[in-house]
Ligand binder design. Structure first.
Ligand code: FA5
Length: 351
């Protein structure tokens, strides 16, 4: 009897998960099937009435079904995320890759244009712009960021390794440790806050599609001083984005996990298409995901020679390539690395 009910739950959960198309529906399904008051829990509550032989059999089946639904939910989360990015890019202003090329003169690459714009804004707020290598050590890219060997967070960032054990950096965060060590004495002895941004090329060994490349740009920013709080982070991000998009941008933070920040966030900006009122490109939520960030983890500060009892700081990792795509309405990330003159010449005359 319970066995049939469990199979029914499995079938109905599979059908529901296959057909749903929004995060809200996904959350409803999760609560319905796996929540404390969900269907599976209701069955488990009846197990007390089972015979000693039946109990382990039904218990095992219930666990299998829970694991099955759990894994389907994780798959669906990824699928919805991917669709959201695609929808965001598709709803951008048209950028026509086939327009004729004007190759009489040179032009800056769109990523360079956006990078310089961001640098100017941060420089005007007292940040230094740092340059950093593309080949780094495991310590710089992972261990100094509180990501020890075998930490599951490494799975998200596979990269290209050199025979000597060095690697192509997967994130601009790889420069954090060196920046702290470079400026810590000024901070501690002279009270000069660390305020630095470091744009750079990053590499990940992953399949490419319209919104993912194996080579892309990020721009990291850190600020460390006494009494730095999340409000400082919000202020700097809001100012930078408003300048880049030339209009007042509203931002909000949602929880996000990165081992080198605590708490960690995903920063969303109010949708640029509908102005935050809600439209298909923002899934009627009025918000778009743009930049992971958070308060620097005490362990990361310690490894940078800074006492976390005395100093706090924020860090953010802006996807510069993504920002350039949004700003210029470039729908396929691969156009940026293609060296296609027809595409790139459209930015001529920009500065
Ligand atoms: C990071 O790389 C963190 N280092 C960011 C960070 C910094 C968090 C400081 C907290 C504090 P993530 O893997 O989500 O996080 O990448 C950040 C951004 O880089 C993404 O939002 C996206 O815009 C861009 N990005 C990541 N992978 C790719 C890719 N394959 N192609 C293009 N852009 C990418």
């Amino acid at each position: 009897m319970l066995k049939e009910q469990l199979e029914k739950i499995r079938n109905s959960a599979t059908a529901a998960l296959d057909s749903l198309s929004t995060n809200e529906q996904l959350e409803e399904a999760r609560i319905k099937y796996l929540g404390k008051k969900g269907e599976l829990t209701a069955i488990l509550k009846q197990m007390g009435a089972l015979s000693a032989e039946e109990r382990p059999v039904i218990g095992q089946l219930a666990n299998e079904i829970r694991a099955d639904i759990d894994s389907k939910i994780s798959q669906k989360v990824q699928e919805l995320k991917q669709k959201e990015i695609e929808r965001e890019i598709n709803s951008m202003p048209e950028f026509d890759v086939s327009l004729p090329a004007d190759i009489a003169g040179g032009s800056y690459h769109p990523i360079t244009l956006v990078q310089r714009e961001c640098e100017d804004v941060f420089k005007s707020m007292g940040f230094t712009v740092e340059d950093y290598g593309e080949i780094v050590s495991d310590y710089e890219c992972f261990e100094s960021l509180n990501i020890p060997k075998h930490h599951p967070a490494r799975d998200m960032q596979d990269t290209y390794y050199l025979e000597n054990g060095q690697l192509l950096k997967t994130q601009t965060s790889a420069a954090q440790n060196a920046i702290y060590l470079k400026y810590k004495d000024k901070l501690i002895n002279d009270g000069v806050p660390i305020k630095a941004i470091f744009p750079g090329r990053c590499f990940r060994n992953e399949a490419t599609d319209a919104c993912h490349e194996n080579t892309f740009f990020q721009m990291e920013g850190v600020m460390v001083d006494k009494n730095i709080s999340i409000s400082n982070l919000i202020y700097f991000m809001k100012t930078m984005l408003s300048e880049v998009f030339k209009k007042d941008i509203r931002v909000r933070l949602r929880p996000g996990f990165f081992p080198f920040v605590e708490p960690g966030f995903e920063l969303d900006i109010s949708c640029l298409i509908c102005g935050g009122e809600g439209c298909p490109s923002c899934k009627h939520s009025g918000w778009l995901e743009l930049c992971p960030c958070g308060m620097i983890h005490p362990e990361v500060l310690k490894m940078g020679g800074i006492d976390p009892e005395e100093y706090t700081g924020f860090a953010f990792g802006l996807g510069l390539t993504r920002l350039a795509m949004m700003k210029y309405g470039i729908k396929d990330i691969r156009d940026l690395n293609s060296g296609n003159l027809k595409a790139l010449s459209q930015f001529m005359g920009n500065e």
